[in-house]
Ligand binder design. Structure first.
Ligand SMILES: Cc1cc2nc3c(=O)[nH]c(=O)nc-3n(C[C@H](O)[C@H](O)[C@H](O)COP(=O)(O)O)c2cc1C
Length: 254
C-alpha cells in the first residue's frame, strides 16, 4: 500500500507568551491533524543575544561561540516543508524575541539554504502595524531562500465571537494557500531582485575572501543563482549589471 508522506510544518512563534499569536497557530494546527505541525515557542527555548562577533558570517555558523537552543529551531526549519514565521506586532514591528532569533541566524541571508521551501508570515495586533511586521518577515526570510505564498495580518481587539470567527476564516484561507503550494510544489523562478542580491553577495564574497571565507566557499562554484536553473539571458545581464554597479560603489568606499 502506498503511504503518503506527511506534510511537515514548523511554526516559529516570537511572542513571549502563549497568547494571541500562539492561539492562531494552535487553531491552524487543530484544523488539520494529518499535518505534522510543530509550534516552536522562542520564549520557551534558551536563545542568547547575538555577540556581534561575526564568527557565523565570516567563518561559518558552526563557529558561533554561543551554545544554546539555536540549532533546535534550525533543525525544525530544515526538516519542515514550510515554515510559518509568527510574531505579534509590538511597537509596529516584530517582537524583540523574533528579532533576536533573526540576528542569531543572520548568516542565513548571506548563504541562503531554503530554496524549495515555502513560508507564511503571520502577525497579530490590536490595531495597526501588523503589515509592517509581516513585510519585514517576508523580506528577511525571502533572502534566506524561502518562498512566501501567504501572509496573514490579524487584528485581535474585542475577542468577540464575531471577530474570532472572522479571523478564523481569513487565517484558514491563508493557511490553505500554504498547504496548496506544498502539494503542487511548482518550480521557483528567481525574481530580478533575488538575482541582483545573489550577484552582490557573490561579488562581496570574492572581495572579502581572506576574512569571510565561509561566504567565499559558499559562492565560489555557483554560477548564475543559488542552484542550477536557466535564467533568461536579458534578465541575467540586467541583474549582473545592477550588482556590478553596486559592488563598484562599495569598492570606491573602501
Ligand atoms: C509592547 C507591546 C507593544 C504593542 N504594540 C502594538 C502596536 O504597535 N500596534 C498594535 O496594533 N498592537 C500593539 N500591541 C498589541 C499586540 O500586538 C496584540 O495584543 C497581539 O495580538 C499580542 O500578541 P501575543 O498575545 O501573541 O503577545 C502591542 C502589545 C505590546 C505588549
Amino acid at each position: 500500500m502506498k503511504t503518503e508522506k506527511k506534510i511537515k510544518i514548523a511554526a516559529i512563534c516570537g511572542s513571549p507568551q502563549r497568547g494571541n499569536t500562539y492561539g492562531i497557530l494552535k487553531m491552524l494546527k487543530e484544523s488539520n491533524t494529518e499535518i505534522d505541525f510543530n509550534i516552536i515557542m522562542l520564549s520557551e527555548l534558551n536563545l542568547t543575544d547575538c555577540l556581534a562577533c561575526y564568527s557565523c558570517i565570516d567563518k561559518g555558523e558552526e563557529n558561533c561561540p554561543l551554545k544554546d537552543d539555536r540549532d533546535i529551531i534550525l533543525e525544525a526549519m530544515n526538516e519542515a516543508d514550510a515554515t510559518i514565521f509568527a510574531s505579534p506586532t509590538y511597537a509596529r514591528a516584530i517582537s524583540a524575541l523574533m528579532k533576536k532569533f533573526i540576528e542569531r541566524t543572520s548568516y542565513l541571508a548571506h548563504r541562503p539554504p531554503y530554496f524549495g521551501k515555502y513560508a507564511m508570515a503571520l502577525s497579530t495586533c490590536a490595531g495597526f502595524g501588523a503589515d509592517h511586521t509581516t513585510k519585514f518577515l517576508r523580506e528577511h526570510f525571502t533572502q534566506c531562500g524561502f518562498e512566501f505564498v501567504s501572509s496573514l495580518e490579524l487584528k485581535i481587539a474585542s475577542k468577540t465571537e464575531k471577530e474570532t470567527a472572522h479571523n478564523r476564516v481569513i487565517a484558514l484561507k491563508e493557511y490553505g494557500k500554504l498547504l496548496r503550494a506544498i502539494q503542487t510544489h511548482e518550480e521557483h523562478k528567481p525574481s530580478l531582485g533575488q538575482l541582483v542580491y545573489f550577484n552582490i553577495f557573490k561579488g562581496i564574497s570574492e572581495m572579502n575572501k581572506a576574512k569571510g571565507w565561509a561566504d567565499y566557499r559558499f559562492y565560489k562554484d555557483k554560477k548564475d543563482f543559488y542552484y542550477d536553473i536557466k535564467i533568461p539571458f536579458v534578465k541575467n545581464r540586467i541583474a549582473k549589471w545592477i550588482a556590478n554597479r553596486e559592488i563598484k560603489k562599495m569598492k570606491a568606499n573602501k
